[in-house]
Design a protein around this ligand. Structure first.
Ligand code: FNR
Length: 198
């Protein structure tokens, strides 16, 4: 699990949990998230979830109040709990959300780690990913996540736009990703200020 221990001051350090919907070693979605980590503005850290493939199939029989969840599920929940905002970057599969990503989200419907949290969404698929976006948006709404309108983009040309190390070769795309991170950080800081007041 990523180390949250380096957060020294919540006002300055915003943690964005980055989740990829692709398990592929050479994934362009993973490369885009590595790019996001590099493009993060000062005071923002993008931490990548790398164990989505270890999360077992969701089974409601294992998900009751007081139950000890499987270890990868506990790790995933802690990863999200420790984050101030979330960035999802996913391909579309068969006009839908990749099963591994939907499965991971099924585990947090009841536990609620995304409730009220600002979420950004990058759909990196050659076809634009509109079916996946629509389905994922509905799922995020059910989980009461806050999908901000200006933090959602489609990337059709990810393979050409970013290399394996996460260097973005397209300035317009780099600016869009940076802007998503800025908006997520603003939303997270605003949430934090409001919770301190109330
Ligand atoms: C795809 N792909 C795809 N693309 C799309 O735009 N709409 C779709 O419905 C699908 N369906 C689909 C099904 C399956 C089984 C595969 C393997 C692929 C293409 C896919 O989105 C594309 O290869 C992405 O670039 C994969 O992302 P990563 O793995 O590079 O991050």
């Amino acid at each position: 699990m990523p180390n949250f221990g380096q957060r020294f001051n919540k006002v300055f350090a915003v943690i964005i949990a980055a989740i990829s919907g692709s398990l592929r070693a050479g994934s362009s979605n993973n490369a885009l998230l590595r790019a996001a980590a590099k493009l993060a503005p000062e005071g923002v850290r993008v931490l990548l979830e790398e164990d989505l493939g270890k999360i077992p199939h969701f089974n409601p029989d294992l998900d009751f109040e007081g139950a000890q969840p499987p270890a990868p599920v506990a790790t995933f929940r802690a990863f999200l709990s420790g984050a101030d905002a979330v960035l999802i970057c996913t391909p579309e599969y068969a006009h839908g959300v990749p099963g591994s990503l939907k499965n991971a989200f099924d585990w947090i419907v009841s536990s609620g780690e995304l409730r009220g949290k600002a979420v950004g969404l990058i759909l990196a698929s050659p076809g634009g990913g509109e079916w996946a976006r629509s389905s994922l948006t509905a799922t995020l709404e059910v989980m009461e996540a806050r999908l901000l309108p200006d933090t959602s983009i489609s990337v059709r040309h990810a393979r050409k736009a970013v290399d394996d190390e996460g260097n973005v070769l397209d300035d317009v795309l780099a600016e869009k990703i940076r802007s998503i991170l800025v908006r997520l950080a603003e939303a997270a800081r605003s949430d934090s200020e409001q919770s301190e007041v109330s």
